[in-house]
Write a protein that binds this ligand. Structure first.
Ligand code: SF4
Length: 344
């Protein structure tokens, strides 16, 4: 068995955060060690114009029985002031940044958030979006041009299937849509401006479920110029603590196991192994398929909790929540690094 395959099966047993570079840093007077490749996620808002049957954002949050609608700083100016304060504090850590949600491009705060990220010269700027508003105009400019002007590096677009009817059935848009003809405009334009698009596809029995489907997906979007696609396995989570029954039931019925897909990929010479990557709760295998870099990722939320509990002084990643807290967690009142105090 190659090293590549060995890690595939042993996974998290091989992960040791102490092998990584850690930086001493103080948050609100408390000493912590920050993983040097730490990412800051700005969770803009939970609103989304789609209602994906599997929604990972909701699943992640409801995973510990919290209501999905998060509390937030109501006043826009106060929110910007708080974000500015947090970015000023963590600037010396030189973290990468990603904007996420819900659908972040639909927030009225979106343009100002981009401005603040640019002001603080954040490294490696990424947005995760369903793509439906990228060609919409805000303040006289298309969203995609705002991203380009604010020097974003990566544009992650979620699309579960190249077949529009199947995609619509799974993503259940209530308003707006990111069609393949929109992507025909978005992809080459983004590439020509140095904003690298990446398509993100969740593997589902209702959707892309086999190596053959994966090949068709890659070849469909390769024609548009896409050179980077990620296929994700539905996350493992603690079933006893879930509260969203509809999504839970859907996810149980629809899970496609990457271990099975990888076994088939091993036998398929069109996929050339490139590298693998072990994170603190995720594992990624990367391949070349023609000119496309194909990533495949599995993640386990139970492992995330376990790893964090094992090293509670370490900050693996940071999340800025709508309530103004900076946390080492995706839950807005857990592992608070900088607590937002409401001004009286
Ligand atoms: S597009 Fe993303 S945030 Fe919106 S419903 Fe789908 S998975 Fe959730």
């Amino acid at each position: 068995m190659s090293e590549f395959e060995k890690i595939r099966y042993t996974r998290q047993k091989d992960f040791d955060i102490n092998d990584k570079n850690l930086i001493d840093f103080e948050f609100d007077g408390k000493k912590r060690k920050v993983y040097s490749n730490c990412n800051l996620s700005i969770f803009v808002d939970d609103y989304c114009n789609a209602d994906c049957k599997f929604c990972v954002a909701q699943l992640r949050y409801e995973n510990i029985s919290k209501a999905y609608l998060k509390p937030k700083i109501e006043d826009d100016l106060e929110y910007y002031k708080r974000l500015d304060e947090v970015l000023t504090k963590i600037e010396p850590l030189n973290v990468s940044v990603s904007i996420t949600g819900g659908e972040p491009t639909l927030s009225k705060r979106f343009i100002k958030i981009l401005e603040l990220i640019d002001k603080h010269n954040m490294r490696k700027r990424t947005i995760t979006t369903n793509g439906s508003a990228l060609l919409n105009y805000v303040d006289g400019k298309r969203i995609i041009d705002h991203l380009i002007d604010r020097k974003f590096d990566h544009l992650n677009i979620s699309k579960t299937h190249y077949d529009e009817e199947i995609n619509k059935k799974i993503m259940r848009y209530k308003k707006g849509y990111c069609s393949n003809s929109n992507l025909e405009k978005i992809i080459p334009y983004a590439l020509s401006k140095g904003l690298r698009p990446r398509l993100s596809c969740l593997l589902l029995k209702d959707g892309i479920k086999s190596v053959d489907d994966i090949s068709k997906y890659i070849e469909f979007y390769e024609k548009m110029g896409v050179d980077n696609i990620i296929f994700r396995e539905l996350m493992d989570y603690d079933e006893n603590t879930m509260c969203n029954l509809e999504k839970m039931d859907y996810n149980v019925r629809n899970k496609v196991r990457l271990n099975d897909i990888w076994k088939d990929i091993d036998k398929d010479s069109r996929f050339k192994p490139y590298k693998n990557l072990l994170g603190y709760y995720y594992y990624v295998e990367m391949y070349y398929y023609n000119s496309v870099v194909v990533c495949s990722e599995s993640a386990d939320l139970k492992q995330q909790t376990k790893e964090k509990n094992k090293h509670d002084d370490i900050v693996y990643e940071m999340v800025f929540h709508p309530n103004g807290n900076l946390n080492g967690s995706w839950v807005d009142n857990e592992d608070i690094l900088m607590k937002y105090e409401v001004k009286k």
